[in-house]
Design a protein around this ligand. Sequence first.
Ligand SMILES: [Zn+2]
Length: 306
Amino acid sequence: MRRALLPLLAALGLGACAPAPSTPDDGRVHVVTTVNMLGDLARQLGGERVRVTGLMGPGVDPHLYKASAGDVRRLAGADLVLYGGLHLEGKMVDVLHALGTRTTSVALFETLPRERLLGPPGTPDPHVWFDPTLWAGVARAAAQALTQVDPAGREVYAANLRRYLGELEQLDRWSAAQFRTVPERQRVLVTAHDAFQYLARRYGLEVRGVQGLSTVAEASGVRVRDLAAFLDERDIRAVFLESTVSPRTLEAVREAARARGHAVALGGSLYADAAGDPGTPEGTVTGMIRHNVRTIVAGLTPEARR
Ligand SMILES: [Zn+2]
């Protein structure tokens, strides 16, 4: 055990002599990931060569997640730690940085070219999984990291990467075609959270958040009325829930629109900062994006619904 981790483990009451985590000796590369999108990515690229332990499951908010003592042990026992960075795991920064010298760990989103990231210079927007062309860059960096810790798997990782990049290209083309079916002035995504800026940029959507960047502050009455007027004027038919955010403010906007004689539906629930349940299509990044695109397009074009 290297020095960098000692204060951390001590602070967590684990002490310097905490036993090494019991890692089954199955010859596979043990990858520990934070958000479940990265767990999916590690499995897509690593296949049978890797054993993936994900710290955050479906419905978990990575901005608020704090590492447990068990998580720190899992991270310390990994062959490779893959995380997002860009402060996505805002409460885990110290833990992840302390790992830097002990375990191979890679902040995958921080490998992307800065000019392709959105947000203010000091704090880029970390929600990069919603642009398949950015996610392709993340996948390349992940394959490189896997190859670094397991050079014997080089060809497997390269082949899986090629297949996965093909899937992302297909997803990107499909998504663009789907959004083109929505009249241009109605391509507006109203949600409660700030997760969809990359999706919006890639496919030419406008995004409007009811509460702005933080979900802490209540939306003001003026903001609610302005948004209702905007929905009415632009003939926007739906606003969208996220599985982790209360529908209350969206309800207030719908009510205000109704008062103007404009009906706005709840367009269904989108996956934002976590993929769905493992073993379901939405448990993968490509599946969660497909779900979101279908949900948004169907909500914005109710007349086209079969
Ligand atoms: Zn977020």
